[in-house]
Write a protein that binds this ligand. Structure first.
Ligand code: G1P
Ligand code: ZN
Length: 546
């Protein structure tokens, strides 16, 4: 095998964010940009010679070109074998599943998740460790440090691999096995959920619609929902992955999944499906809808937790639950009742890995449409959809009834997130500093009907390895359990995105079903006052409300 050692200059902006390195496609196409980052990964993980790597992506523009480069670099860096999804496809949870099942050393996932794709869109790359989960901060920091002092990368001289042909091929001395990207994942799902019960539900006339948003979950959803569970052809819409996601924004929320929303909120209620769901670019997010009904992701986590033993994979019960800090405390109430621990971690799935590896939690969730469990080490969109279908098949209630009964039993954590996208970075930083500057005076103060109980800049000490992550978001907690959180996104590629998370607890069944935005109005006003939002940003309203 002929290996080239190419001299290179470091880039200074290869710091992985909440979930890997994300940049515009144009940045990744800059000569040596991708190569440098991949070499930084290989240099910092020091995989023993002969290791196996898993590789795949969400099918976005530049996916296959990047795969060919990474294959040649893996060969030059001593890997014995790379398992790559056919067509370059592997959803994020499927990649996690394959890494675990094959006991590979790690994996590289090419995705910018829900960010738009295409030549003008975003591209991304992240490294997952042998447990199948996103690399923890000590590894991402090592990769970043490495990227800043890199002087060369190694790449083999070899022809492109045929990514469409299942089976083994060689790149130099390295074996490349093109695998079916769906098979292992579908088998895992079948082992966790009661497929017979779901088949019976669907056979009995229950109607569902799944929007794959022209992203990676199309092939997975068609195989599982239509082929294995017997949903009629056409249940999966936008099921063909496209490099630009059909010019869409593959983020499963009420704003971007508008085609599904139109179907689920159809004027003719009788012909509206009973259940709707969508997933994002790389298949790790989910949105759950009933007929004319939206399930808040924080509630979804709590409801899955409360009903977990309905699914065969979870009949033994849950070890514990973990949620990211900005996620509502609905899951905490379920954990309380079940007598199991509930952990509050910083934003980003990587913080759940240690807890799952140590057997301390079974379920994890984030308000950002992410739910998952210890079956893999990533959040998992279709898994959440199947969990809901399993619960619906067993309880035989509508989505709305399940949620309403849950609120009646536990109370409702009325919740919303307001995003202000593409703000100038300095203005966003000043706004955050202004909020923080008031922290000394806030506790005990009355703001409208609320009294401030505490405020802090969230810091987390990992209970397993003792690592500390600080500066994770500004929390203002009120005496009645309501909360406002200010946080800057770590995944955006344009300016800064300010996220304001709003949560009001309501135990009164009479007012519990109110519209969330209306119920949260007093907290929204407080958040605007505290941050001088309008004066500082000139924005009248959020870019996206979820
Ligand atoms: C966002 C979400 C976060 C999620 C991440 C990756 O990160 O808020 O919960 O883990 O995407 O999907 P953020 O942009 O807020 O840093
Ligand atoms: Zn994603």
């Amino acid at each position: 095998m002929k290996i080239q050692t190419v001299a290179t200059m470091p880039f200074d902006d290869q710091k992985p964010g909440t979930s890997g390195l994300r940049k515009k496609v144009a940045a990744f196409k800059t000569p040596a940009y991708l190569e440098n980052f991949v070499q930084a990964i290989f240099d910092s993980i020091t995989a023993p010679v002969g290791s196996v790597l898993v590789l795949g992506g969400d099918g976005r523009y530049y996916n296959c070109e990047a795969i060919q480069i990474i294959l040649r670099m893996a060969a030059a860096n001593g890997f014995a074998k790379v398992l790559v999804g056919q067509g370059g496809i592997l959803s994020t949870p499927a990649a996690s599943c394959v890494i675990r099942k094959t006991r590979s050393f790690g994996g590289i996932i090419l995705s910018a998740s829900h960010n738009p794709g295409g030549p003008e869109g975003d591209f991304g790359i992240k490294y997952n460790t042998g447990n199948g989960g996103p690399a923890p901060e000590k590894i991402t920091e090592a990769i970043y440090a490495c990227s800043r002092s890199l002087t060369q990368y190694r790449i083999a001289d070899a022809a492109d691999v045929n990514l469409d042909r299942i089976g083994c091929q060689m790149v130099g001395d390295m074996n490349v096995e093109v695998i079916d990207p769906v098979a292992d994942y579908a088998e895992l799902m079948e082992s966790l959920f009661d497929f017979a019960a779901i088949r019976a539900l669907i056979g009995g006339g229950f109607r569902l619609c799944f929007d794959a948003m022209h992203a990676v979950t199309g092939p997975y959803a068609i195989e599982i929902l239509e082929k294995r569970l017997g949903a009629p052809a056409g249940t999966v819409i936008n099921g063909v992955p496209l490099p630009d996601f059909g010019e869409g924004h593959p983020d499963p929320n009420l704003t971007y999944a508008h085609e599904l929303v139109a179907i689920m909120y159809g004027a003719d209620r009788a012909s509206t499906p009973d259940f709707g769901a969508a997933s994002d670019g790389d298949g790790d997010r989910n949105m759950i809808l009933g007929r004319h009904f939206f399930v808040n992701p924080s509630d979804s986590l709590a409801i899955i937790a409360a009903n977990a033993t309905q699914a065969p994979g979870y009949v033994a019960g849950l070890a514990g639950i973990a949620r990211s800090m900005p996620t509502s405390a609905a899951a905490d109430r379920v954990a309380d009742k079940l007598g199991i621990p509930c952990f509050e971690t910083p934003t980003g799935w990587k913080f759940f890995g240690n807890l799952m590896d140590a057997g301390k939690v079974t379920l994890c969730g984030e308000e950002s449409f992410g739910t998952g469990s210890s079956h893999v080490r990533e959040k998992d969109g279709l898994w959440a959809v199947l969990f809901w279908l399993n619960i619906l098949a067993k309880r035989r209630l509508s989505v709305e009834e399940i949620v309403h009964r849950h609120w009646a039993e536990y109370g409702r954590n009325v919740y919303s997130r307001h995003d202000y996208e593409a703000l100038p970075a300095d203005i966003a930083a000043e706004l955050m500093a202004h909020v923080k500057s008031q922290f000394a005076d806030l506790p005990g103060r009355r703001l409208g009907d609320y009294t401030v109980k505490f405020c802090d800049d969230f810091s987390y000490t990992d209970p397993i390895d003792g690592s500390v992550s600080s500066g994770q978001g500004l929390r203002i907690g009120f005496k009645d359990g309501s909360r406002i959180v200010f946080r800057l996104s770590g995944t955006g590629t344009e300016g800064a995105t300010l996220r304001i998370y709003l949560e009001a607890y309501s135990s009164d069944p009479a007012t519990q079903r109110a519209d969330a935005q209306q119920a949260l109005e007093p907290l929204i006003d407080i958040a605007h006052d505290l941050s001088q939002l309008k004066q500082r940003t000139g924005r009248e309203s959020p870019t996206v409300i979820t």
